[in-house]
Design a binder for this molecule. Structure first.
Ligand code: M6R
Length: 612
């Protein structure tokens, strides 16, 4: 995700900013920039798409920009593709104010329209530039920078960590945050702001954590923190006690683990800008209820884990839309002479937006006249550019080869889209719509609670890591979730594993069950729990060791049959796979850890599959 650093002190700022940005490279980014101010040269802004090295080359390691006050940013695109102009810092029209931003401004379009009406010209497509321009607008009204910042913060909605410098306010950095982390660092050579301790740990371990809606004024001499109504706040200082080497993955042992832990925050980002006044609002879907009525066929097309999202969504969309929904592997769809025409909606799902089979399937669908809608994580990727409509998952950069947070955000976005389309068609009862939406908003906290204590999953991984073959069984949404759990296990631990619809076992697979075979029994789908249990009894009868996954209300019944049980929080049935899958990701992770596997870069696999 994006990274922020700011410095004001007694040394040249640019080398410090470049060094701090380099330490946040692990977060992933697609462009970077710095803004430095000096008395003689004013505000100097340099930014570029691509690697940090390109930025460093542009400013000759910092030698080309002069000044002891500055801000820097690594961007991971959310609004507007990766490009030089969309990179931060963003500068106001007069060139007086430069700003870096992490987060998403939810009402940026409305503010942009307001500013356009007042003659403001924009150079980028970003929500962040809107904040810089709005700040200048208010500054021109009140001629007081702090007052202008306060007015902006009262007007913007969404999440932000902001670092601001202004020519008329030459000795200070201004920082503010809401729902996006920002810390203040107190150093010998000067003071800092940063979105991530790693950026400044080389210079100081003395930090203060900003709280939501606080504003900080940082100078070379000190730091003042205020509440939103400018009441001074006395902050507690913390000493960072971990080593710089632990910081490469933000303190986590693996990117996969970090990304698992980031899921509550990632899905919050996916959800919150898209729910307004009790309704799902998808500004980027440009087809109407009439268009939707005309679609006689709906396909969901993807590869790997993205395909597994499609399998879950097929069940959910059929329930919500009362339409037949087909889910296809992109590599099969493209060569299947698919029955697709102008009355077909084809939804493609891809984290990278570059998967060749998915891309080719989408092109084939378009060639046959279908309307295409892409669910993509990487902004400006090929699939995102070519689809008729695109919805971004906003999961942030995913570095581990095994997807976790991208899967979860895709699933959540498909749930939102399902509700949205059902609303257009009028196929969902209000009570059901409201119930899913309410529980969707509660989901990030439920997931966080699960992630706050999963010692049992770790223990079961240590108990079962030696198995050579594992079967995941379940019905309906549990089966769909099992497909992903099984893929996670096989790709990172190299254990052979398969997912089966429980009802299929008797048609062949049950012959593979012998004493000691590990079966992961998924029993979270209440409507079919009894049926699923009878299949668990069948494998138990043949000597299987059963590790079960269920919810609290079903725990007691499950524990009577299973050898071990993992319990996840209960939610609306449509959303239940989003909570269950997190336990399966963790199980795969800890099994792979026990087996000493290269978790982030499993053998033979690539993050983005751009070949057939
Ligand atoms: O970038 P995409 O979502 O299109 O990638 C699709 C698959 O290659 C991907 O999900 C793959 O299966 C992952 N390694 C699963 O963890």
């Amino acid at each position: 995700m994006c990274g922020i650093i700011g410095f004001v002190g007694r040394e040249q700022a640019a080398p410090v900013l470049l060094d701090g940005l380099a330490r946040m490279e692990y977060r992933g980014y697609d462009s970077a920039g710095i803004a430095v101010r000096s008395e003689a040269r004013g505000l100097q802004v340099r930014k570029t798409k691509g690697r940090l090295q390109a930025l460093s080359d542009l400013v000759h390691g910092g030698a080309d920009v002069e000044g002891t006050l500055g801000i820097g940013h690594t961007r991971w695109a959310t609004h507007g593709e990766p490009s030089d102009v969309n990179a931060h810092p963003h500068v106001s029209e007069s060139g007086n104010i430069a700003l870096v931003h992490n987060g998403i401004i939810e009402n940026y379009l409305e503010i942009k329209e307001f500013l356009l009406c007042h003659g403001v010209t924009f150079t980028s497509e970003t929500d962040s530039e809107v904040v810089a321009q709005l700040l200048e607008f208010h500054y021109n009204e009140c001629h007081n920078m702090l007052e202008a910042v306060g007015r902006v913060l009262r007007r913007i909605e969404g999440s932000y960590a902001l670092g601001i410098i202004c020519s008329d306010y030459p000795n200070a950095l201004i920082a503010a945050r809401k729902d996006s982390p920002l810390i203040l660092g107190y150093g010998e050579m000067g003071n800092f702001i940063a979105s991530d301790v790693t950026a400044i740990i080389k210079y100081t371990r003395d930090v203060v954590y900003m709280e939501d809606r606080e504003i900080a004024v940082v100078t070379a001499e000190g730091v003042d923190v205020f509440t939103s109504d400018m009441t001074p706040v006395v902050k507690e200082h913390h000493q960072v006690d971990w080593d710089v080497t632990a910081a490469e993955k933000g303190g986590y042992p693996h990117f996969m683990f970090k990304e698992i832990m980031e899921q509550p925050e990632a899905i919050r980002r996916t959800i919150s800008p898209r729910i307004r006044e009790g309704r799902v609002v998808l500004d980027d879907v440009r087809f109407t209820a009439e268009d939707m009525e005309k679609f006689s066929r709906i396909f969901i097309v993807a590869c790997g884990s993205s395909y597994h999202v499609g399998v879950v969504s097929k069940y959910n969309w059929q329930r919500l839309l009362r339409r037949s929904v087909e889910v296809e592997l992109a590599s099969e769809f493209r060569y299947s002479d698919p029955l697709v025409d102008e009355h077909t909606l084809v939804v493609v799902i891809s984290q990278s937006g570059e998967t060749l089979d998915t891309m080719a399937a989408m092109r084939e669908a378009k060639r046959r006249g279908a309307r295409t809608l892409a669910i993509v994580n990487v902004v400006g990727s090929s699939i995102a550019r070519e689809a008729d409509d695109v919805l971004y998952t906003w999961a942030g950069p995913e570095i581990a080869v095994a997807t976790t947070k991208a899967y979860s955000t895709q699933l959540i976005l498909m749930d939102l889209l399902g509700l949205y389309l059902a609303d257009l068609l009028g196929t969902v009862e209000k009570a059901e719509y409201d119930s899913v939406l309410t529980q969707l908003q509660a989901l990030p906290d439920q997931m966080q609670r699960f992630l706050d204590g999963f010692e049992d999953v770790k223990y079961f991984a240590s108990r079962y890591f030696n198995h050579n073959s594992v079967f995941y069984i379940g019905r309906n949404l549990d089966y769909a979730m099992g497909l992903e759990g099984s893929l996670k296990l096989k790709e990172i631990s190299y254990i052979h594993s398969e997912a089966y619809a429980s009802g299929e076992l008797k048609h062949g697979t049950i012959s593979l069950i012998e004493p000691g075979t590990l079966v992961v029994a998924l029993g979270t789908h209440e409507a079919l729990f009894d049926k699923a249990m009878s299949n668990v009894v069948e494998v138990k009868a043949r000597g299987a060791e059963v590790l079960a996954l269920t919810t609290e209300p079903l725990r007691e019944r499950m524990e009577k049959i299973a050898d071990a049980t993992i319990v996840v929080p209960r939610t609306h049935p449509i959303l239940q796979p989003s909570l269950g899958v997190v336990a399966l990701q963790l199980f795969a992770y800890y099994v792979a850890l026990q087996r000493g596997c290269d978790i982030d870069k499993p053998r033979n696999l690539a993050k983005s599959v751009t070949v057939e």
